[in-house]
Design a protein around this ligand. Sequence first.
Ligand code: NAG
Ligand code: NAG
Ligand code: NAG
Ligand code: NAG
Ligand code: NAG
Ligand code: NAG
Ligand code: NAG
Length: 298
Amino acid sequence: MLSLLLPAMLAVQAMALMEVYVPEMPVVALHGGDVTLNCSFSVATPFNLSDLTVFWQLTDTKRSVHGYREGHDQLVDQAESFANRTSLFPAQLGLGNTSLLLSRVVVADEGSYTCFVRVQDYGSAALLLQVAASYSKPVVTLEPESNLRPGDAVALTCVAYGGYPQADVIWQDGGGRNLTDNITTSLVANEKGLFSMTSVLTVVLEPNSTYSCRLINPLLGEEGYASVTITGQNIAFPPVALWVTIGLAVCLLVLLIALAAVCRRKIKESCEEARREAEEAKMLEEEESKTAMTLLKS
Ligand SMILES: *[C@@H]1O[C@H](CO)[C@@H](O)[C@H](O)[C@H]1NC(C)=O
Ligand SMILES: *[C@@H]1O[C@H](CO)[C@@H](O)[C@H](O)[C@H]1NC(C)=O
Ligand SMILES: *[C@@H]1O[C@H](CO)[C@@H](O)[C@H](O)[C@H]1NC(C)=O
Ligand SMILES: *[C@@H]1O[C@H](CO)[C@@H](O)[C@H](O)[C@H]1NC(C)=O
Ligand SMILES: *[C@@H]1O[C@H](CO)[C@@H](O)[C@H](O)[C@H]1NC(C)=O
Ligand SMILES: *[C@@H]1O[C@H](CO)[C@@H](O)[C@H](O)[C@H]1NC(C)=O
Ligand SMILES: *[C@@H]1O[C@H](CO)[C@@H](O)[C@H](O)[C@H]1NC(C)=O
């Protein structure tokens, strides 16, 4: 058994003599931008380009990203998602530079890429590509917005969108202390894979308080900031609501007095009218009875 395995292992080692170099740290690309995935090998002796074979592959799925053989790009088996977005640097190939230029980077490009190179010998190495996108400036809103009273629970919502990857959210009060209670953060991806982040902080209201939301994109080191200050204006009950209440009460009173005056006049008028009518009716009655009497006489 060993006698069978040993020559095979030696053969593999003999094939994998060539060193291939890629970045050890993940390569960060901006969404929508272009990125160069470095890959190189050391050439001991000059070689004929038609003897060079290069394959870029997705490490996990083995799908083809870009191929080069016998002096030409080989793209027949290229994964569709990379169509028209990849190229090598032809002038650099003879110098041992087999880097890949990837254009119009999307979130789905994130992952591990393997660079295979063969001249006489053979070697490969894998690198990690990470995609990043800047978030919009965060916006903080207050719910409910008005008629707040000290002691009410309010929800402060911090929203930012169009970013990648997930950002870190830090809520702080006016004194710069972290608020860690009652925070719920949610993440929604759009069709491009970019995130909208919503973080909701529930606080018990105190007058004169400031709440700020700080959003940090860990890959870009970018930071967005927004804050809301709750002043006497938001807290309505003492002055504003009281004046509104008094104002309404005064209006109501004036209205009632006016109504009463109108009613009294109306009542008086209708009383007089009734009396007049009654008198008229009496006179008419007397006349009629007189007529009747004359009729009886004749
Ligand atoms: C790619 O290689 C060049 C030249 O060696 C270097 O200047 C550059 O920083 C490398 N880029 C990355 C992302 O490693
Ligand atoms: C390979 O060549 C490209 C284009 O000149 C350059 O941007 C890149 O840094 C080179 N990479 C290495 C590892 O030399
Ligand atoms: C490279 O190889 C091709 C085909 O094998 C041959 O036609 C060409 O002459 C070679 N070029 C050099 C510079 O050796
Ligand atoms: C790539 O480019 C060719 C020629 O410009 C075009 O016919 C083809 O539709 C493109 N493919 C994609 C996936 O964009
Ligand atoms: C508070 O925020 C600072 C950054 O502003 C951070 O370094 C620290 O770890 C945070 N503390 C807690 C308890 O979250
Ligand atoms: C979290 O919010 C709930 C109401 O939404 C409140 O009852 C609770 O006291 C809050 N907890 C802390 C630690 O602030
Ligand atoms: C707190 O609010 C009152 C008015 O409601 C204001 O006069 C005072 O200056 C505020 N204090 C601080 C520290 O902002």
